[in-house]
Design a protein around this ligand. Structure first.
Ligand code: BV8
Ligand code: ZN
Length: 252
């Protein structure tokens, strides 16, 4: 059982605006390979930046769409873990008390929504939506693996995953909403992210510069660990539920 700083527990209980930023680490205990771990086996010889770019898709649409469809089918068998559930509970509690809670994710697996979180800000899109590069037609794909790669639109165009690749702009509205929330919150939770991908990681900086208190949960150190007010070295699937329960019970 972890003991938490009382000031953190009171802030988590009383803050009128909280932002949580999550990365691939929050889905690790659900069996979703983290972004860097998704390159094992067939993909071990590639780096994310080799595959997660528009240039890679233009160069080899068959290989890139196969990697994404394999990840989509992999996630289909994964369930949300205690960390996703705790963040959904935090949102419910904030709503019941008329407080602001904003969940911003870099993840593309939609496990937050599966755990009951709503209004999730998806900075990097999702594996579940595929878009035609010619006519822009989009569809949610929940079925088995595609039979051909790249899968084709009815117009004949190639279809790409609805994710944001390196070198591509993030959805403007989503980023603006996330920046506004990070710049005005009292407590910022950074959970399961290596905090090296921008502009998402810039949200942590924005929170710090606007004098929010920052909690980081990650088994590893990150570039923000030394600047966070609390940096808990742990698995979010275990730490988040414990933290939430402790803040519920905190009487002062
Ligand atoms: C853009 C979708 C510009 C695809 C992803 C400064 C400003 C702006 C841009 C840049 C900049 N500097 C560099 C850039 C370029 C680039 C960038 O940031 N590069 C990095 C590598 C340096 N950024 C971009 O290209 C962005 N676009 O800026 O466009 C522009 C502007 C105008 C006009 C045109 C263009 C786009 C970035 C989005 C890329 N897409 N994902 C896909 O998923 O395939 S990013 C990808 O990395 C995933 O979304 C992933 O979530 C994200 C970050 O990784 P993490 O989530 O942190 O995952 P990771 O595996 O790295 O780490 C997991 C962590 O979990 C670890 O720390 C681990 O310790 C921890 N962990 C493990 N287990 C647990 C755990 N934690 C808790 N509990 C556990 N159990
Ligand atoms: Zn089309």
């Amino acid at each position: 059982m972890t003991t938490f700083d009382r000031q953190l527990l009171e802030l988590l209980r009383d803050a009128d605006s909280i932002v949580a930023l999550t990365g691939a680490g929050v889905s690790a205990e659900s069996g979703v390979p983290t972004f860097r771990d998704a390159l094992t086996g067939l993909w071990a010889k590639y780096s994310p930046e080799d595959l997660a770019t528009p240039e890679a898709f233009a160069r080899d649409p068959e290989m890139v769409s196969r990697w994404y469809d394999q990840r989509r089918c992999g996630v289909a068998g994964c369930k949300p873990n205690g960390g996703h559930a705790a963040l959904a509970e935090l949102q419910r509690r904030a709503a019941a008390e008329g407080k602001q809670f904003t969940l911003v994710t870099q993840n593309v697996d939609r496990l937050h929504q599966a755990a009951g979180s709503t209004d999730v800000i998806e900075l990097h899109g999702t594996l579940w939506v595929w878009r035609c590069v010619d006519c822009g037609d989009e569809a949610e794909e929940r079925g088995p693996a595609f039979s051909v790669y790249p899968s084709r639109c009815s117009c004949g165009g190639k279809r790409r995953p609805g994710v944001v690749w390196f070198g591509e702009e993030l959805p403007g509205q989503a980023l603006l909403q996330a920046q506004r929330a990070a710049g005005s919150c009292r407590l910022f939770l950074s959970v399961g992210t290596s905090s090296v991908v921008y502009p998402a990681a810039g949200l942590i900086d924005l929170a710090l510069r606007n004098s929010a208190r920052v909690l980081e949960i990650n088994p590893q150190e990150t570039p923000f660990s030394s600047r966070a007010h609390w940096s808990i070295r742990g698995m979010s699937g275990l730490v988040l539920p414990e933290l939430l329960n402790a803040s519920f019970e905190c009487t002062s």
